[in-house]
Design a protein around this ligand. Structure first.
Ligand SMILES: *[C@@H]1O[C@H](CO)[C@@H](O)[C@H](O)[C@H]1NC(C)=O
Length: 366
């Protein structure tokens, strides 16, 4: 027993007194070049970036404990960190991301998020960082295109470039990101079509492309992504019909296609699918609402407003297990609104601006 205590004691004092290898001078130089490209006027987050050992208390920097190579850059402009609390403000930073960052060959995550003012392009050399798992540059002013060979990053699990000023197309190679789980390109100015090979992204569970200028059809191959749980293609310029196969996906729970130019009929498969949040508002969807609701139909949100739906509200809707927020307004529906237990909480606004709907909560049918 006492030997064991002694051994543990030795081990602890040994590890404390052992000289810790500092980060390699080349990594330090790359970080300093990265810092030189940025200007952070308010908080002084780079003040700690002094001394030779960049692995030791440099704000936002983490090194691999064995190799002492820089592994993570984690700089968030919106953070609970004491630096921010003391200053009573969120972060603001200008400048651009220096290509020197690509010399940090062992980088596993690059998070430079919500600084509002960082501009310039994504250094194309970033696609040559073999260990990169997370690239998160949300909430800046980054422009230019997504590097065309981004698909080389076979370990990348998170690609978040939302809320920037990116232009150009989604590169074809993006579909080669075989580890990608989370893709967020929302609110940029990305145009072009959704690459037809998108279905290759077999690990993807969230795909958020809302608020861009993406046009063309929704590729049917998206439904091959069997882990996909959240698909947001809203506020783009997509055309053509909704593929039937989207309603047969095993875990798709959120489907937002609102604010596009989608036409064709409402696929019956969407009505009794796993989808519980469905927003198809502001498109050009026509025909009847399929009369196929059953106990599998469970919707927190079903927004079909501002389309060209006609006919009556199907009777089967009363056998849905739940519809929390229903919006059928601004269509061409007609006839009596069916009665259902969960209809009790619905207001007239859910049904207004149709051709001739009647009954509770609207005026009684005559
Ligand atoms: C559905 O999308 C429309 C148009 O983008 C939006 O105005 C509406 O708030 C969304 N509905 C719900 C319930 O979130």
């Amino acid at each position: 027993m006492s030997t064991l205590v002694w051994l543990i004691g030795m081990a602890i004092s040994f590890s404390v007194t052992m000289p810790v290898n500092a980060c390699p001078p080349s990594d330090r130089a790359a970080l300093l070049a990265f810092k030189a490209g940025l200007h952070e006027p308010n908080l002084g987050i780079f003040k700690s970036w002094t001394g030779t050992d960049c692995c030791n208390k440099w704000y936002g920097i983490t090194c691999d404990s064995l190799t002492k190579r820089v592994a993570d850059i984690n700089l968030r402009g919106e953070s609970e960190d004491p630096i921010f609390q003391k200053a009573h403000r969120t972060g603001y930073m200008t400048g651009s991301i220096s290509p020197a960052i690509c010399k940090l060959e062992r980088l596993s995550s690059v998070i430079i998020a919500d600084w509002k003012g960082i501009s310039g392009i994504i250094p194309p050399c970033i696609s040559s960082l073999p260990s990169l798992r997370i690239l998160d540059l949300i909430g800046n002013q980054i422009s230019g295109e997504i590097p065309f060979n981004i698909g080389k990053l076979r370990r990348l699990t998170v690609l978040n470039l939302a809320d920037n000023k990116l232009t150009g197309r989604i590169p074809r190679s993006l579909a080669d990101l075989s580890s990608l789980k989370h893709l967020d390109l929302r609110n940029n100015m990305i145009s072009g079509t959704i690459p037809r090979n998108f279905g290759k992204l077999r690990m993807m569970s969230r795909c958020l492309l809302s608020g861009n200028r993406i046009y063309g059809p929704i590729p049917e191959t998206i439904s091959y992504i069997y882990r996909l749980s959240d698909l947001d293609l809203s506020l783009n310029r997509l055309t053509g019909p909704i593929p039937d196969s989207l309603g047969k996906m095993s875990v798709l729970g959120t489907l937002n296609l609102d604010g596009n130019l989608i036409s064709g009929k409402l696929p019956a498969t969407l009505i009794n699918s796993r989808i519980s949040i469905l927003n198809l508002s502001r498109n050009a969807i026509e025909g009847n609402i399929p009369d196929v609701f059953d106990s599998r139909s469970y919707f927190m949100v079903m927004d079909l407003s501002y389309n060209k739906l006609k006919g009556s509200i199907p009777k089967s809707i009363s056998s849905a297990s739940f519809i929390g927020h229903l919006d059928l307004s601004h269509n061409h529906l007609c006839g009596a609104i069916p009665a259902a237990e969960w209809f009790e909480h619905l207001e007239a606004t859910s049904f207004m601006y149709n051709d001739c709907l009647c009954g509770k909560p609207l005026k009684a049918c005559s």
